[in-house]
Design a protein. Structure first.
Length: 185
């Protein structure tokens, strides 16, 4: 089936709580689609454009979102635990209260994203762009931030116990921030 036909069909059936688990939706153009509370468990969304999509409270556990375009997407309260978001574009995305436990965000672009109260425990953010992200009350315990860009990020209210910091050190509130320029404390 032609990709445009699939995209049109998906938009026609898209509704709150839609069951789309396990589907291969890779490479589709789904910008601005409304999939609030949709179930996309283990779905393949690699290379898919979901720019400005509404995925509020959706279930994307174990989903594959490799190089997906999620610029400006609403992912408020969305479960992305163990999702593959390597090199995904999440610029200006709303990830407030999102679950990203053990998610792979290696090389992802999260510039100016809102990660307030998000759970990123054990997430891989190696080489990610986190410039000017809001991480207030976010849990980054045991997260891998090796090589991540934290310019303009205020870590004051984030949890970072056991996190691997951009320089390879393990987070220690008493010494890490004082040694690093560009990270606000």
């Amino acid at each position: 089936m032609h990709a445009t036909r699939i995209e049109d069909d998906l938009r026609a059936i898209a509704s709150e709580g839609a069951e789309l688990s396990g589907l291969n939706l890779s490479g589709l153009q789904l910008s601005n689609i409304g999939l609030r509370r949709a179930k996309l468990l283990r779905a393949n969304l690699a290379f898919t454009s979901l720019a400005h999509a509404d995925l509020t409270e959706a279930k994307l556990t174990d989903a594959r979102l490799l190089r997906a375009n999620l610029r400006g997407a609403s992912l408020f309260g969305t479960n992305l635990d163990k999702a593959d978001l390597r090199q995904a574009d999440l610029t200006h995305a709303n990830l407030i209260a999102a679950g990203l436990r053990e998610a792979n965000l290696q090389g992802a672009n999260l510039e100016a994203a809102t990660l307030q109260s998000a759970d990123l425990e054990g997430a891989n953010l190696a080489g990610a762009n986190l410039r000017y992200c809001n991480v207030d009350d976010a849990c980054l315990n045991r997260a891998n931030l090796l090589g991540a860009d934290l310019t303009g990020v205020d870590l004051t209210y984030a949890e970072l116990k056991g996190a691997i910091m951009p320089d390879g050190s393990v987070y220690d509130r008493s010494t890490w921030v004082d040694r690093h320029v560009g990270v606000q404390q």
